[in-house]
Design a protein around this ligand. Structure first.
Ligand code: CA
Length: 226
């Protein structure tokens, strides 16, 4: 999933970014409110993580403006050093979905991110199941026809993106926007290469049962809904 992290504490941001990238997420970083807001409104993120104490524009103001935009119902996780009830209430009133108070454990960050992404995708079920393929986002495990499948973090992320939208044709640009961050070096065939590898690992090298090719349109996990 594609995540935007707006945090001005360089050291903390680096730790958070590393942990999230290790989970296979595409992560963009911004260190001030103005730049962060601009990115939040121009790119299709699946989750925003916003520090409240930001230079240029406060995190609360970023929250308010993202929510005021109306077209953005993206989940937002607020990170703050302040732990007063008043601050929490103000953040939640401004549109935050969840709160993380510094200092926090990386495991807690990852658990909250998982919960928010799950809510955003509308699936209450933690384990995704399409056809013979099962993907467990919390345990980072994939099984196909009952057998464990080893995927790289990026392959996992791409498969998760497909499996959250079974039967939907996804264009290459949609896939790029959600699975790769803007700093990635994107080669024109990067998606095709990853799709080929995943198919092979799922025992479907021709792409007949798992990730199907829709010529001129993109890819689709499983048959389209009629
Ligand atoms: Ca700060």
């Amino acid at each position: 999933m594609r995540i935007l992290l707006i945090e001005d504490n360089e050291k903390l941001a680096r730790i958070m970014a590393t942990a999230l990238r290790e989970q296979g997420h595409a992560l963009d970083r911004s260190s001030d409110g103005v730049d962060g807001l601009h990115l939040a409104l121009s790119e299709p993120y699946d989750l925003l993580i916003v520090d409240l104490g930001l230079p240029e524009l406060s995190g609360l103001e970023v929250l308010r403006r993202v929510r005021a935009d109306g077209t953005r119902d993206v989940p937002i996780l607020v990170v703050t050093a302040r732990d007063s009830v008043e601050d929490r209430v103000r953040g939640l009133d401004s549109g935050a979905d969840d709160y993380l108070v510094k200092p926090f454990a990386v495991a807690e960050l990852l658990a909250r991110v998982r919960a928010l992404l799950r809510r955003g995708s509308g699936s209450a079920d933690a384990v995704l199941k399409v056809g013979e393929t099962e993907l467990d986002p919390a345990r980072r495990r994939v099984r196909h026809a009952g057998e464990p499948v080893e995927l790289s973090p990026r392959e996992f992320s791409l498969l998760e993106y497909f499996m959250r939208r079974p039967g939907v044709v996804l264009s290459r640009s949609m896939i790029l926007e959600h699975v790769w961050d803007y700093r990635s070096e994107i080669l024109s065939n990067v998606i095709d290469v990853h799709v080929r590898r995943i198919r092979k690992k799922l025992g479907d090298p021709a792409g007949e049962r798992t990730i199907l090719t829709r010529r001129g349109m993109g890819y689709c996990f499983g048959q389209e809904e009629p």
